[in-house]
Design a protein around this ligand. Sequence first.
Ligand code: PXG
Length: 472
Amino acid sequence: MPQFEHTTAQWQALDAAHHLHPFTDFKALAAKGSRIITRGDNIYLWDSEGQRLFDAMSGLWCVNVGYGQQALIDAATEQLRTLPFYNSFFQTTTPPAVALAARLAQISPPQFSHVFFSGSGSEGNDTVIRMVRRYWDLMGQPRRHTVISRYNAYHGSTMAAASLGGMKDMHAQGGLPIPGIVHIDQPYQVQHGLPGESAEAFGRRAASWLEDKIREVGPEHVAAFIGEPVQGAGGVIIPPESYWPEIQRICDQYGILLVSDEVICGFGRTGHWFGCERFGTRPDLITFAKGVTSGYIPLGGVLVGDRVARVLIEQGGEFAHGYTYSGHPVACAVALANLDLIEREGLITRVREVTGPRLAAGFAALAEHPLVGEAETCGLMGALRLVRRKAQGAGPSAVAAEAFDPALGVGMLCRGHCFGNGLIMRAVGDRMIVAPPLVMTEAQVDELLGLIRHCLDLTWTDLQHRGWLPAS
Ligand code: PXG
């Protein structure tokens, strides 16, 4: 297409002149120039200079079936031809929206029969807040409006979703959080663990912070608790196995709704359709987006459990909430084709039984690297923590790993080596994270592990030259 035929320099100049990117220091990027991604196939991307990149982040945690899947392209094309848009307001809807709602009810845990569609994960979480407050109003407990979330959680970037999220730098811009949202600490043992504490004990202690917060706010004010099964954007924080069952117990004890934000964990990422199935919770609401269409087209929403749906439907009246693109027919048609593909190719079983365990074994080997403090995976998500000095010994005399000074930006330095060597791996502080497409083969898992090791070696040499590593 002629309008896309420019040199890299021309794209960069146009980009700097006209395009404000999300979560970006505009001035710094304009000075440096963006990287222009022009094409994708399977798990690889190409930039405007022709460099091939291994996309170990699935776009932005979403391209789960990889690039170039003809079935999704055909589904979109056909639906665009038949009916590119109609809404689900005013007592109308479209076949793809209905079919997808029924399909989601079929693949989700048994308590879910209904879905409310949005255009994104952020909008889905705005819907969550509106819906849980509406639920408690209808239940005759209108004071139950507070939602408890966690620091370092990411739930999106609208005013409400960013408030639910626990990113303090986001709160600092725009006077957030909005009223009625409070936070507890995340279950990250590196940050909050006590010396000698087992993971199991830490998980239970981290869950107890929810109970403390409920008591502080007053149970009669608390509507819901929301959490990602594994915190994605926060750095792939995988909670101890004891954490979620204890959270479930506390929610049950106080009658509080449990919301599982599955925007990243949903649709196979953890080796199950939903992360709540991996961690053994029974949420009342599930937020989804990203993987539902493998990112080919925007779509999000909320799965509404029977406890909430029954009240909204039977006692309801109008729920005054919705989006132009709720149930967009093209997005829903693509989602159906995507779910078909996930099922047909057995991708979730493959993650659980083949590629996930292979990635886990490879990460366990990478944990021996001199730069790596801990390495963890959950399905096809993984994190390596970069440390200045590894932990020594075990038991009471153990010496904890020594972190780098955050001001050095060692994660970003490592990320630079990855990009330079054809690997897209994210840095969240000192945590290097991956979430590769679920279609990857065993050979591609090995390719990824080899690339990561090479980039860690390059980072280690670089740090040594800078004099940022210990002398011995
Ligand atoms: N919930 C979770 C758990 C997410 O990861 C959202 C909600 C919001 O979805 P939308 O579709 O509104 O973006 C997300 C999005 C990162 C990164 O840096 C992660 C996300 C988005 C952008 C960047 O890892 N996750």
